[in-house]
Design a protein around this ligand. Structure first.
Ligand code: NAD
Ligand code: MG
Length: 381
């Protein structure tokens, strides 16, 4: 039985991961579960999966859980999350946390010699260099869960070391595909939360609407596959059937296709290099009829262009891009700023940034909190 710890078990990815584990009885054992505020859901997960260790955000919740589950080790807060990643007796940690809070637990899991199944893309955007260095030093596997990166990872199987001409990173285009800047000015939170193809947590759903999600994924691909930004091309594939493609030096293109269902890449990460048997819906090509391809209008969806720019400039720019985006997406969700203010403000913050290079973890965390503090007091946007 493969022992897996799940960070962020109450979220969209976390709950789908537990579905996979439930469907494959006897194959996996859950060692750890963690959540932020959804302690009620965590309680039912503890009853079903009997983890050795759990972690919640608040101390009060942890103390209550300790009384309720005396056989389970219960931790809380940021330190608890790091400890859970390192301490749980796991072969693999699935990081399904949202945001920068995933960085330190990822590093702890790697340091402890665990393989990491990574959904938490913000980790690689902010800390790509140090995470990949740690992976190399500890000789563990970092397996992508993000559907595009899982597709690329799958296309690369058996082609290791071959020259890659292009990575074709596919995008659905989100709910505002084809919009002009003018129309984007007037969109609401409710509209932005209505993704055409995927049902996901609110942060990534807004990122998909601004196309920052694709920008974060370009940076994620750069680190996971050690490729230059210039060969990563974003292709809008409206139906989200082709999850991404790799073009090799000989002109061959390998693609991975399937219905938009995150349980497939999660299964692949859990069982790699094996494949699990499942009964999820397959693609009906006759019903589908056609697949559509288009480019992204970078004048409208400026987040994507800014992400490329931040990646090329390097150093602390991607940390700033990510931190500003996290704060602004939250402010948009709370109704404090407009949709378009997300990209306008990130642009200003990047312009004003004095970059730093060769950062260690402390530098990254310091820059991240500087940006968060600054944006929390900025008012007029
Ligand atoms: P989500 O918001 O649904 O879940 C996030 C999880 O993190 C929850 O368990 C939540 O309790 C926990 N969490 C939140 N705040 C916390 C805090 N302060 N302390 C401790 N735990 C906290 O998010 P999601 O959609 O599952 O996405 C998770 C990650 O996976 C993101 O990085 C996202 O970009 C990536 N991803 C998600 C999908 C998807 O389909 N949902 C697809 C690809 C990549
Ligand atoms: Mg994705």
């Amino acid at each position: 039985m493969k022992k897996i710890g799940i960070l962020g078990s109450t979220g969209s990815i976390g709950t789908q991961a537990l579905d996979i584990i439930k469907m494959n009885q006897g194959r996996f054992r859950v060692t750890a579960l963690t959540c932020g505020k959804r302690v009620d859901l965590l309680e039912s997960q503890i009853l079903k999966f009997h983890p050795d260790i759990v972690c919640v955000e608040q101390e009060a919740d942890a103390l209550r859980l300790r009384r309720q589950f005396p056989k389970t080790e219960v931790l809380w807060g940021k330190e608890g999350l790091k400890q859970t990643a390192a301490q749980a007796d796991s072969e693999m940690i699935l990081n399904a946390l949202v945001g920068m809070r995933g960085l330190e637990p990822t590093l702890k899991a790697i340091d402890a010699g665990r393989d990491v199944a990574l959904a938490n893309k913000e980790t690689l955007v902010a800390g790509g260099a140090i995470v990949m260095r740690a992976v190399e030093e500890r000789g563990v596997r970092l397996i992508p869960v993000d559907s595009e990166h899982s597709a690329i990872f799958q296309a690369l199987q058996g082609n290791e070391g071959q020259k890659i001409r292009r990575i074709l990173l596919t995008a659905s285009g989100g709910p505002f595909r084809g919009y002009t800047l003018d129309r984007l000015e007037r969109v609401t939170v409710e509209q932005a939360l209505r993704h055409p193809n995927w049902s996901m947590g609110s942060k990534i759903t807004i990122d998909s609407a601004t196309m920052m999600n694709k920008g974060l994924e370009v940076i994620e691909a750069r680190w996971l596959f050690d490729v230059e930004p210039d060969i990563i091309n974003v292709v809008v594939q409206r139906e989200s059937i082709i999850h991404s493609m790799v073009e090799f030096a000989d002109g061959s293109i390998m693609a991975q296709l399937g219905m938009p269902d995150m349980r497939v890449p999660i299964s692949y990460a859990f069982a790699y290099p094996d494949r699990l048997v499942n009964h999820f819906e397959g693609v009906d090509f006759f019903q589908l009829g056609q697949l559509h391809f288009e480019s992204v209008d970078l004048q409208v969806f400026r987040c994507l262009g800014m992400a490329y720019e931040a990646l090329k400039l390097g150093g602390s720019y991607p940390v700033v891009l990510n931190a500003a985006n996290e704060v602004l997406v939250q402010q948009f969700l709370e109704g404090k700023i407009s949709f378009i203010a997300i990209q306008n403000t990130i642009e200003k913050v990047l312009e004003q940034h004095m970059p730093r290079y060769d950062m260690d973890l402390d530098d990254i965390l310091e820059i991240d909190s500087e940006i968060r503090e600054r944006l929390s007091v900025w008012e007029q946007r």
